[in-house]
Design a protein around this ligand. Structure first.
Ligand SMILES: *Cc1c(COP(=O)(O)O)cnc(C)c1O
Length: 230
């Protein structure tokens, strides 16, 4: 089942790239495997997945040693500062940096461990009260403050768009995130590039790709429905 799901997601990504006049290799599919057992991650790996997304530190730490070492792990969930030390040298990218203080902690731990950490700034583009992420207006100043920190590199922006039945409703939010990323890119800040735009989930990744996503985070579309997390 997972192999077929991966195939249809891949086809949909290809279709969206085609409509947007983009090359297929501009978009990375992140298989969001939270709550799913290692056996299913292994199936996705065998079907070609190399980028996996998890949203909890402990789950990430439990899964990493169980799976092949060429997997790029993406931390996509809310991250507490006291847990940063466990993951900085284990993940390819942290998508969920939403405060200067969190970035400071990542920088401090990265320096200690002698690694560079790629991060994205999580933006609450829709201004939803229930969501983490920086407000759009806060982001440029945050980026400037974080740019000066050693051993972290801002690579772009991430957003979790509202849940909706109609992905068209999120198109404007994806456009807003793209616009913010272009505005920041134009500032030419040292140590900052805006090459990554992590947006789009199972319900809306095609629209996100049409609007410029370079990473889509797909869970349900690959692994099936999840039980609700507490
Ligand atoms: C769970 C999750 C996803 C995947 O959601 P689906 O709708 O199952 O594709 C993507 N991004 C984040 C941050 C998530 O927590």
């Amino acid at each position: 089942m997972i192999e077929e799901n991966m195939k249809s997601v891949d086809e949909a990504i290809g279709g969206a790239c085609g409509r947007a006049g983009r090359a297929r290799d501009e978009v990375t599919l992140i298989a969001v495997s939270k709550t799913k057992p290692v056996s299913l991650l292994r199936e996705a790996y065998d079907a070609g997945a190399r980028d996996f997304g998890e949203n909890r530190v402990q789950e990430l730490l439990d899964k990493i040693p169980e799976l092949p070492s060429d997997i790029r792990w993406h931390m996509i969930g809310h991250l507490q500062r006291n847990k940063v030390k466990y993951i900085v040298d284990k993940v390819a990218m942290i998508h969920s940096v939403d405060s200067v203080r969190l970035a400071e902690e990542i920088s401090r731990e990265a320096v200690k461990k002698g690694v560079f950490v790629d991060i994205l700034i999580e933006v609450n583009v829709a201004g939803e009260e229930s969501k983490f992420g920086a407000a759009v207006w806060e982001v440029p100043k945050m980026v400037e403050e974080i740019a000066g920190m050693p051993s972290v590199r801002i690579r772009g922006l991430m957003t979790i768009a509202p849940y909706t039945e109609d992905p068209e409703e999120n198109r404007q939010f994806f456009r807003d995130l793209k616009k913010l990323s272009v505005d920041i890119e134009h500032k030419n800040i040292d140590n900052v590039d805006m090459s990554v735009l992590s947006m789009g989930m199972t319900g809306d990744y095609s629209v996100a790709i049409e609007e410029g996503a370079t990473c889509v985070r797909v869970g349900t579309g690959i692994f099936g429905e999840r039980r609700p997390q507490q």
